[in-house]
Design a protein around this ligand. Sequence first.
Ligand code: ZN
Ligand code: ZN
Length: 302
Amino acid sequence: MSVSVTFLGTGGSIPSKFRNLPSVLLRRGPELFLFDCGEGTQKQFLQAKAGTNRKMRIFISHMHGDHVFGLPGLLHSLSFMGRTTELEIVGPKGIRDLVTGVNRVVKLYSRFPILIKEARSGRVVDEAEYEVRAAPAEHGMPCLAYAFIEKPRPGRFDPSKAKRLGIPEGPLWKKLQTSQSIRVGRRRVASRLVIGPPRPGVKVTYAVDTRPCRAVVSLAARSDLLIHDSCFEESASAKAKDYGHSTASEAAQVAKRSRSKKLALFHISAMYEDPTPLLTQAKKVFPAAFLSTDMATVRVGQ
Ligand SMILES: [Zn+2]
Ligand SMILES: [Zn+2]
């Protein structure tokens, strides 16, 4: 199943002329995973044609306004647009109070069940084909980094091998494709004879509002795409440290140490109208770095 990532908002703290507040939409086939929901996310979500009634989960990193102020608006609008499917929200302590508090005072008119899960770390979602793990980021308040991890996919079925073994096309092929052994006459044929080795799934890690830290490096191990806090350039490294953020080159160090394949520089401060220096500095450490931009979509994995 194809996996893509659309950057709905790539700025941080306050919006700028070019960047909305943080939010990333991951699509896996028909399913949606939204990481953070800064103010204005609902408009970007509509523009991305994400669909209103799909299976969807929202993951909130932490309870700073730039990451959550878009949530009430999005929930409110999804109801008006006719959503009826349950929606799950995962976040640190405080996420339940936020949603229930807004609902009590303003009314979200939600026509769909909202399931809220307050999490600390570890596996927060476990499905047959994928899981989502959380790890504590370093931001001076409870803040979670998330990794979307597809479980290994079954190997590819090789029809020519099946034909060579004299297995007629039809129900027997189907059985082999689902890793079952079959019988052809007196012969037993194991599925491994016609199916290749398992293929690794896709991994995307979202780590924002964080200092570079060991927990994120290990969560992000071998990600196809690491989306990392890159608030500042190198000359503002003291500021990054004070505010619990990372410079672009620190993000690049995390990408390198975690052996990730690609790095998206994300949560870029509004003070950089032209963030090219951030990219240049990151690329010196990790050449596969790129600047995330609002509404850009990247395909991940095969
Ligand atoms: Zn932030
Ligand atoms: Zn923050």
